[in-house]
Design a protein around this ligand. Structure first.
Ligand code: SF4
Length: 699
């Protein structure tokens, strides 16, 4: 039997599969765990927005420029919870890898998925990646008979969508970056210097660092490996060719390699103190880099392969040199990271890079050659050649045609078949790991990496009514675009944080603290790491960072400590937030962490799809301010106490819920339990309890 394929995965970037014509999207880890135990996925039928592509990309642009343009357009349009389908004659001009790049970044533009229907290019890709010819022909025959194969020959009717149509001429796409703090804040490459300079003095926000006018030209000196360097605002300290999005696209990867080669031939080099890395998503990249003869040039410029996988893209950039870090901290400098990653939210890439720009792999190389983002490459040379002559970026930038030629000559189907035939074996080190046998895991109480979480400790056979919230305190009052990186950061464990305290009490040295991402098997660490982002802006306190005001005592303290105080006193807490609460990674700890901190409800202006569903999955009630309303319009500052009528849990989909505050203000917010199964999960205290009770009753 043949039928169109589909997939759901626990990574938000599961959406990449849509580039191949397979419908798929990311779900929260909590929902996925329930699915593995037999639960079905429920969702509201999404609107489908059509995105018509015409024309072709110009010589100087890359798929990264295109995807950043799409991200900006679609975020502006608002496609959270919707499907987007790309169609039109421009699609045939995009390689499968280009399509996958656009499909991958669906979470950044907010859509559930960005779909590309199947055509000749898809079939070419299946052949290139070593799929069996008979299988490829079978797929094509089936899709043609079903009317699902796009031909671009005028014989097919213009598609009709339930949502509106957006248009983009590929020829209008400009080279660009996105930042300094959000993936949808696109900046034209030619405007970078102007934009960065404006951001420096803008008040602190998504496009501002709040640097005083008198300090914008500040230069500080620092020593590195016996040589003196200048540090200015915008100095690049991290350059990473990273992320599944870009490293799966041979064109942009080979463009970076060719640029490195051209730069080296002209005698250019990168600054040694910049932490540079190359972390492809697949070993195939290493293979085609060898054939194309570019790995050596990248190595010489410092882009040695650090490993395969998420790396800097997820925040595992590791340490930067002490001298660089000191220069940043002591002088309050705005240091920059340039990475070909998907996300650049504050504190994600590195705690000390306040400006984080997403860019194509060749632009990552270019900015590491220049050493600063405060540069207009049209007017300023990227460096000097061995004879002291200025070299401009355009002199060494490979054209699209040159890149395509090298791509076509470097990639062979055997590379894919050889790499993927070994994929399940893993490395020698992996194979030699000592793994326990048996169907039950034997927990080791002394492990600081894996710990038995308390999620089911209080699960009882019978359902109990959900308690109303009476006098709940506000743990945090936050603004717009609070990401899952703010809620549950994956990066470094800061030395004075509650998680660091916990580790130090168990004899772990600071150098071994490692990252939250690596310790996510330990609930004790993750509860302490919840809201531990060093760039957190909580309106209840003056300073930026992971602190809040514990209302009963009036003291400012770490958010975990305040939550702990409330829990000890038997007091419930809620969270106030602005728009797009929980955007970014699908990270389930961003719901598990608040649950462990005792948060019972969130009232936000809007939610990102996966995070809302994760909150429901943990039994936390997501509520939404009515349109045009917010914490500000209701005059809330977080010092109030809140009564919320949970109706014993017997809420209805989208019903109004009354919120009363201790200051006398009463308002209604919308219950964001979106489907009947979600009501059942909430009544059960979360999806995992629901499934557990169901399994027990079936036994
Ligand atoms: S963190 Fe980056 S590399 Fe990892 S899955 Fe997400 S986008 Fe891909």
């Amino acid at each position: 039997m043949l039928y169109p394929d589909s997939v759901v995965g626990t990574d938000s970037h599961t959406t990449m599969i849509n580039g191949l014509g397979v419908a798929g999207w990311g779900v929260g880890g909590i929902e996925a765990e329930a699915v593995m135990l037999g639960q079905t996925i429920s969702m509201v039928l999404p609107e489908v927005v059509g995105f018509k592509l015409t024309g072709d990309l110009t010589q100087g642009t890359t798929a990264t420029d295109l995807v950043l343009t799409c991200v900006e357009m679609l975020r502006k349009r608002g496609v959270v919870g919707k499907f987007v389908e790309f169609y039109g004659p421009g699609v045939r001009n995009l390689s499968l890898a280009d399509r996958a790049t656009i499909a991958n970044m669906a979470p950044e533009y907010g859509a559930t998925m960005g779909y590309f229907p199947i055509d000749d290019r898809t079939m070419e890709y299946l052949r290139l990646t070593g799929r069996d010819e008979g299988h490829v022909q079978l797929i094509e025959k089936y899709l043609r008979q079903q009317g699902m194969f796009v031909t671009y020959d005028g014989s097919q009717a213009e598609p009709v969508y339930s949502g509106d149509i957006m248009n983009l001429d590929l020829g209008s796409v400009q080279p660009c970056l996105s930042g300094p703090k959000r993936p949808h804040d696109r900046v034209n490459f030619k405007d970078m210097k102007k934009d960065f300079t404006t951001c420096l003095t803008n008040k602190v926000g998504f496009k501002g660092f709040g640097i005083a006018e008198k300090d914008i030209a500040k230069t500080v000196k620092f020593q590195y490996e016996g040589k003196e360097y200048n540090f200015n605002h915008g100095t690049v300290v991290i350059g990473a060719i990273t992320s599944c999005t870009n490293t799966s696209n041979p064109d942009v990867m080979l463009a970076a390699g060719l640029l490195a080669k051209n730069a080296l031939e002209r005698g250019l080099t990168t600054f040694p103190y910049i932490k540079k890395s190359l972390s492809p998503g697949s070993h195939v990249v290493t293979e085609y880099y060898k054939v194309a003869g570019v790995q050596d040039a990248l190595d010489k410029l410092g882009f040695t392969t650090a490993g395969y996988g998420c790396m800097t893209c997820i925040g595992n950039s590791g340490e930067i040199p002490d001298a660089v870090q000191d220069a940043i901290i002591k002088n309050d400098m705005v240091a920059a990271a340039v990475l070909s990653g998907n996300r650049n939210f504050e504190g994600r890439v590195h705690p000390h890079t306040r400006a984080n720009y997403l860019a194509s792999p060749p632009l990552v190389v270019a900015y590491c050659l220049a050493g600063t983002v405060d540069i207009d490459f049209e007017k300023t040379p990227v460096g000097k050649d061995s004879k002291g002559k200025d070299v401009f970026l355009k002199e060494i930038w490979p054209t699209r045609d040159q890149v395509t030629k090298v791509t076509n000559g470097s990639i062979k189907p055997e590379m894919f078949t050889a790499t993927y035939s070994n994929i399940l074996k893993g490395s020698k080190m992996w194979q030699e790991l000592d793994a326990p046998s048996g169907s039950l895991y034997s927990w080791d109480e002394s492990s600081t990496y894996i710990h038995n979480p308390p999620f089911f400790k209080t699960t009882e056979n019978e359902l109990k009514p959900i308690n109303n919230l009476k006098g709940a305190h506000c743990l945090l009052n936050m603004g717009d675009s609070i990401t899952t990186d703010h809620i549950s950061p994956a990066g470094k464990i800061a030395k004075n944080s509650p998680a660091a305290r916990y580790l130090a009490e168990r004899g772990i040295a600071e150098k071994d603290f490692n990252s939250y991402g690596s310790r996510r098997g330990n609930d004790e660490i993750m509860a302490r790491g919840t809201f531990a982002n060093t760039r957190m802006i909580n309106k209840m306190v003056e300073k930026v960072g992971p602190t809040t005001k514990h209302i009963p005592s009036g003291k400012e303290m770490a958010i975990f400590d305040a939550a702990h105080e409330y829990q000890k006193a038997g007091l419930d807490t809620i969270i106030l937030a602005g728009k797009e609460y929980g955007s970014g990674s699908s990270r389930d700890w961003a719901a598990k962490g608040p649950y462990l901190q005792g948060v019972k409800a969130v009232i936000a202006q809007s939610y990102e799809r996966i995070h809302r569903s994760n909150l429901v999955g943990m039994g936390i009630l997501p509520m939404q301010f009515k349109d045009g309303e917010s914490a500000e319009t209701h005059g809330l500052n977080g010092s109030e106490k809140f009564d919320i009528d949970m109706q014993g849990g017997k809420l209805k989909v989208g019903q109004d819920v009354v919120v009363k505050t201790s200051t006398g203000k009463t308002f209604t917010a919308v219950c964001r339990l979106d489907t009947d199964p979600e009501i059942a999960y909430f009544q059960n205290g979360g999806i995992l309890h629901y499934v557990l009770r169901k399994l027990k009753n079936q036994a």
